[in-house]
Design a protein around this ligand. Structure first.
Ligand code: PAN
Ligand code: ZN
Length: 184
């Protein structure tokens, strides 16, 4: 066949189509360890916090995965909904995120513990370097959706931030505040 139809992405919503898909939904109840008021996640443990849709494509050395994260709006206490966040198991492997809809932040942190954020919005492009943990945070009132492309061999390491990320993002007096975390 000389003309193969491509997969499709609706840029305004992040809806994927025309290819085999996998969806993984993460519930609030799965995330008690990441929020300051973790116990509050158990009030609504079955509420979806985010969903990741991926094209079910072959992995392997040199291959890339494409997926969209839909992070729903909400807060746990005063802390905005966020993804679990991770380093890649293959530490040197980076990733690119593209903001599609909604408003939020991409929190990044290097292996020296330095952390910073970038605003995520429709049209934003984020080059996540290797050796850098990353997490999305939804500071808006709509779903935050971001497209991601990453090496299929990257893997997820959810355990190597023993103290969590060094920044937290909360709402205070109706405003988004980025706070440094103090470890005792
Ligand atoms: C993304 C993330 C996705 C969900 O596809 O996996 O946003 O976040 P967590 O994996 O931290 O729960 C990605 O960064 N892949 O490498
Ligand atoms: Zn990643």
């Amino acid at each position: 066949d000389l003309l193969i139809q491509p997969f499709q992405l609706a840029w305004a919503t992040g809806a994927l189509s025309h290819g085999p898909l996998i969806r993984k939904t993460t519930l609030l109840g799965d995330l008690s360890a990441i929020f300051t008021d973790g116990d509050a996640t158990q009030l609504f443990p079955d509420r979806p916090a985010y969903a990741v849709d991926m094209f079910d494509t072959p992995g392997g050395e040199g291959e890339l995965y494409v997926g969209v994260t839909h992070l729903y709006p909400g807060k746990v206490g005063d802390e905005y909904f966020m993804t679990r966040g991770h380093f890649h198991q293959r530490r040197e492997q980076g990733e690119v995120y593209f903001g599609l809809q909604g408003e939020g932040l991409l929190l990044m942190q290097n292996q020296q513990g330095q952390a910073w954020t970038e605003p995520v919005f429709a049209g934003s492009v984020h080059i996540i370097p290797g050796y850098t943990a990353h997490r999305l945070i939804n500071t808006g009132s709509q779903t935050l959706s971001a497209l991601a492309v990453w090496p299929s061999t990257a893997g997820h390491d959810y355990t190597s931030l023993p103290h969590g990320f060094a920044l937290r993002v909360i709402e205070k007096a109706g405003k988004v505040r980025i706070m440094a975390v103090k470890h005792g």
